[in-house]
Design a protein around this ligand. Structure first.
Ligand SMILES: Nc1ncnc2c1ncn2[C@@H]1O[C@H](COP(=O)(O)OP(=O)(O)OP(=O)(O)O)[C@@H](O)[C@H]1O
Ligand SMILES: [Mg+2]
Length: 428
C-alpha cells in the first residue's frame, strides 16, 4: 500500500477572501488566513534589471525574491510596515488570477503553516463550479511538478458543502448549495453528487459588495473613520453588527422609535496618529445584508433578489429532482452568516413557491389540489467553513485515495488527467 495513503490527506480550500487549510479527519481547519501574498518588489526588480553579464547578481536576486515573501495576516502586516512589499491577491471572483502568487501561497501553506512535506500526503483542493478545465491542469502541474505530491483530487466547492452532511444524520447528496463567499456567489444544484451544470446560477453580489455598501453608507453619513482604515472598519462592522431583517420599512421605524436599542458605537484608534475615535452604526446594520433581498438598493445593473434566483435555478433543473432540491437548500460561505439570513431566505422562497402553486391550481379551475412543496433552508454554525469540512469528511474515506490522480498517472498521461475528477462513494 502507498504509505502516503496511510497518512491524513491535506485539505486546502482557497477562496477569494480566505483560505482554509488543515488535515482530513479534523472537524476544523488548522488555519483560516486571508488569500494574499506580499512579495519583496526590490528583489523582483533587481532580478529583472541586472545586466546579462552580471548573471550572478541576477540569479541571487531571483532566489531572494523566491524566499522573501509572506502570506495571510503576516503579508498584510508587512505591507503596512514596509513599502518594499507589494500585495498580490491570487484569486479574484473565485478564480485563480495570478498563478505565480498562487504557487507561492500554497508553498507557505504547506511548509510554514501546516508544516508538512507535500511528498508525504495526498491533497484535496477545491475549485469554483465555473472553473475552466485548463485551470485544473495548471493546478495539477504545480502540485505534481513543483511540490511532487503523491496524489491529487480537485473537488467542486459546492459539492463539498453538501457532503458536509450536517443536514441529517445521513449525508444527503441531492440539494442546492447557496455558496456566498467574499468574491463569488453561486447557486449550485446537485443530484446524487453530480452538479447539474446547466442550472448553476451566479449573482454579482458577494461579501465584498456588502462591505463596500456598508462603507459607502458610513461615508455618506460623514462618520468619523480615518480613511486609511475605513474599509477594514466597514468589514468588521459588517461581521459583528449586521443582521437580516424581516421587513425593511418596519425596521426603519423600529430604529427611529428606539435608537438607543439599535444604534451601536464603534471605537478605534487612528493608525497614523494613535488618537482614539468613535463612530455610530445605524441603518447599515440591516441595510447591508438587504442587498441580497433587494439588490436595487446597491446596484442598478443587477436587481433580481436571491430567493428568485434560487427559484429559477431549481425550476430549470430536471423535473424529477425539483422537490428534493427545494427540501435541501444548504447555506455555505461566510456571507450567509448574518443573523436570521436563513429564515428570511426560507420565507421569501416559500412565498414564491406557494404563489406559483396557487396560480397553477387557479388555472385548473381549483378542482385539482397539488401536494405542498417542502422548502427547507438549512443553516449551521460551521457554514463559514462548510466546504473545508466536507472536504475533510470525504478525504478521510478509503474511496478518496482510489479516486485521486496519482503522480505515476500524471507522469504517464500528463496534466490533462486533472481535468476530470470522478464522483466517488461517499459523494452519493
Ligand atoms: N459573521 C459574519 N457575518 C457576515 N459576514 C461574514 C462573517 N464572517 C465572515 N464574513 C464574510 O464572509 C466572507 C468570507 O467568506 P468565505 O471565507 O466563505 O469566502 P471565500 O471562500 O474566501 O470566497 P469565495 O468563496 O467567494 O471565493 C468575507 O466577505 C467576510 O467578511
Ligand atoms: Mg469559498
Amino acid at each position: 500500500m502507498d504509505p502516503a495513503a496511510a497518512r491524513p490527506a491535506v485539505v486546502i480550500d482557497s477562496g477569494t477572501g480566505y483560505t482554509k487549510m488543515g488535515f482530513a479527519g479534523n472537524v476544523e481547519p488548522c488555519f483560516i488566513v486571508p488569500s494574499v501574498v506580499a512579495v519583496n518588489e526590490s528583489f523582483l526588480n533587481q532580478s529583472k534589471n541586472s545586466s546579462k553579464a552580471n548573471w550572478l547578481a541576477q540569479h541571487n536576486a531571483g532566489v531572494m525574491a523566491d524566499l522573501d515573501f509572506f502570506i495571510g495576516d503576516e503579508a498584510l502586516a508587512k505591507s503596512r510596515s514596509s513599502s518594499t512589499y507589494n500585495l498580490s491577491y491570487p484569486i479574484r471572483k473565485g478564480q485563480v488570477y495570478n498563478w505565480d502568487a498562487m504557487e507561492r501561497f500554497w508553498q507557505q501553506c504547506m511548509f510554514n503553516y501546516l508544516r508538512c512535506d507535500p511528498e508525504d500526503h495526498y491533497f484535496l483542493l477545491t475549485e469554483s463550479p465555473l472553473t475552466a478545465p485548463e485551470s485544473r491542469e495548471y493546478t495539477g502541474e504545480i502540485m505534481f511538478e513543483t511540490f511532487n505530491v503523491p496524489g491529487l483530487y480537485i473537488a467542486v466547492n459546492s459539492v463539498l458543502a453538501l457532503a458536509a452532511g450536517y443536514t441529517t444524520s445521513k449525508c444527503e447528496m441531492t440539494g442546492v448549495v447557496v455558496d456566498i463567499g467574499d468574491g463569488a456567489s453561486h447557486i449550485v444544484p446537485v443530484a446524487d453528487g453530480y452538479v447539474i451544470g446547466s442550472s448553476i446560477r451566479s449573482i454579482p453580489i458577494a461579501g465584498k459588495d456588502v462591505t463596500l455598501f456598508v462603507h459607502q453608507l458610513m461615508k455618506e453619513r460623514g462618520e468619523n473613520v480615518p480613511p486609511e482604515d475605513s474599509f477594514e472598519v466597514a468589514r468588521k462592522v459588517k461581521e459583528m453588527y449586521c443582521y437580516t431583517c424581516s421587513d425593511i420599512v418596519k425596521e426603519f421605524n423600529k430604529h427611529d422609535r428606539e435608537p438607543g436599542k439599535y444604534l451601536k458605537n464603534w471605537k478605534g484608534i487612528k493608525p497614523k496618529t494613535g488618537a482614539p475615535y468613535s463612530c455610530d452604526i445605524g441603518y447599515e446594520r440591516f441595510l447591508g445584508p438587504e442587498v441580497f433581498f433587494n439588490p436595487e438598493i446597491y446596484s442598478s445593473e443587477f436587481t433580481t433578489p436571491l430567493p428568485t434566483v434560487i427559484d429559477r435555478c431549481i425550476q430549470s433543473a430536471p423535473i424529477d429532482t425539483r422537490r428534493a432540491l427545494y427540501k435541501n437548500i444548504v447555506l455555505s460561505g461566510g456571507s450567509t452568516m448574518f443573523k436570521d439570513f436563513h429564515r428570511r431566505l426560507q420565507r421569501d422562497l416559500k412565498k414564491i413557491v406557494d404563489a406559483r402553486i396557487l396560480a397553477s391550481e387557479a388555472r385548473l379551475g381549483g378542482e385539482i389540489k397539488s401536494h405542498p412543496v417542502e422548502v427547507n433552508v438549512i443553516s449551521h454554525p460551521i457554514q463559514r467553513f462548510a466546504v473545508w469540512f466536507g472536504g475533510s469528511v470525504l478525504a478521510s474515506t478509503p474511496e478518496f485515495f482510489a479516486a485521486c490522480h496519482t503522480k505515476a498517472e500524471y507522469d504517464e498521461y500528463g496534466a490533462s488527467i486533472c481535468r476530470t475528477n470522478p464522483v466517488f462513494k461517499g459523494m452519493y
